[in-house]
Design a protein around this ligand. Structure first.
Ligand code: F6P
Length: 363
């Protein structure tokens, strides 16, 4: 593609939604339209939109962003977190490779490149698709789990931590009023980033994360000690994927046949009540952490990522992920990102801080 030529770029969101996606979409459009005079085509429903004929897409221009979209949670483009085009589940139960159909859908839109906002799973699929179809590609990281390698911040994480901290702020007075132990189960898949950050910010007494297998007797002893010291209540945060020292994580099979993490909060709540006699209640926060108005920092990070991603396309620097490192937006090869995982560093600041505050981590 000749430098300086007017371009038409595709933009999609992929994987689980989170707060701040719309701020990133807006930033891509602002930079592409105002900065370079390009066209932006918003692809609906991630790669699923490219499987439709005609592909599900609409032009995104500055008229779309006159209102409050910057402030809105979710994604105006829609998204999917299932239906891997390389192993696509068909209604008859068979699994087929539909990657060429996705690439054809992209071509039908007459695009000169693709920017995708997604987590590590989406980046793995999209970069493979783009290599197969020789599609110029740039990625932007998002996920409440904050588990994308090489970036300090993924879009959506800060809002998820704020929502989880808010839940703890609401649970504490009711726990204190009833002399109860409150267990809050939070999302985060295999990473305890949401759990440990909100446990620190929300004054939890116990925080269980997948990176540190827990011993329920140590948790019970910690709560019993708090009682001995005169505390009548306790707050326990547990990530959905935690494992005990002698057990596996808990999974639930749903009516659609999907198997997902679930049930650990209730199991831990029952165990605590049995071992300490403390009356216990359990709250499963779930998707509440994904929705809501994005906090200022998520909007700021998303905006910076969107601008940088478009600049990368302008410089024809492809197969890169924009990332946040040392107070700056920089970019790294996607290939490096998808072979790594960023969960909680058990020797890092958050774990040291939690221990320093006397939070029991179950070990
Ligand atoms: O990856 C983001 C995430 O919210 C995880 O924290 C959680 O396990 C999962 O997605 C939930 O996915 P779904 O929206 O399919 O229930």
């Amino acid at each position: 593609m000749a430098k300086g030529k007017k371009r038409r770029i595709g933009l999609l969101t992929s994987g689980g939604d989170c707060a701040g996606l719309n701020a990133a979409i807006r930033a891509v459009v602002c930079r592409a339209v105002l900065g370079y005079g390009w066209e932006v085509v918003g692809i609906r429903e991630g790669t699923a939109g490219l499987l439709e004929r005609p592909p599900l897409a609409e032009e995104l221009n500055m008229r779309v962003f006159t209102g409050n979209i910057l402030r809105m949670g979710g994604t105006i483009l829609g998204t999917v977190n299932k239906g891997d085009p390389f192993a696509y589940p068909m209604p008859d139960g068979s699994i087929i490779d539909r990657s060429e159909e996705v690439i054809e859908g992209y071509r039908e839109l007459g695009l000169d490149g693709l920017i995708a906002i997604g987590g590590d799973g989406s980046m793995r699929i999209l970069s493979r698709l783009c290599q197969q179809g020789s599609i110029p590609f740039v990625g932007i990281p998002k996920t409440i789990d904050n588990d994308v390698a090489f970036t300090e911040w993924s879009i959506g994480f800060m809002t998820a931590v704020a929502a989880t901290t808010d839940a703890l702020d609401r649970l504490q007075p009711t726990a204190a009023s009833h002399n109860r132990v409150m267990v809050l189960e939070v999302m985060g898949r295999d990473a305890g980033n949401i759990a440990i950050n909100s446990a620190i910010a929300g004054g939890a007494n116990v925080c269980l994360i997948p990176e540190i297998p827990y011993d329920i007797n140590k948790v019970a002893d910690h709560i019993a000690n708090l009682h001995k010291l005169g505390r009548n209540h306790a707050l326990v945060v547990c990530a959905e994927a935690v494992k005990s020292v002698n057990g596996d994580a808990l999974w639930e099979t749903h009516v659609d046949g999907e198997v997902r993490y679930g049930g650990i909060g209730h199991m831990i709540g029952d165990q605590i009540q049995k071992l300490t006699d403390a009356e216990t209640r359990v709250t499963v926060l779930g998707h509440v952490a994904r929705g809501g108005i994005p906090v200022a920092m998520d909007r700021m990070i998303a905006s910076a990522y969107g601008v940088h991603a478009v600049d990368l396309v302008a410089q024809e620097r492809y197969d890169r992920l924009v990332v946040w490192q040392h107070r700056e937006v920089v970019d790294v090869p996607i290939e490096d990102v998808i072979t790594r995982y960023r969960n909680v560093n058990i020797h890092g600041t958050t774990v040291r801080t939690a221990r320093g505050l006397g939070i029991c981590l179950g070990d």
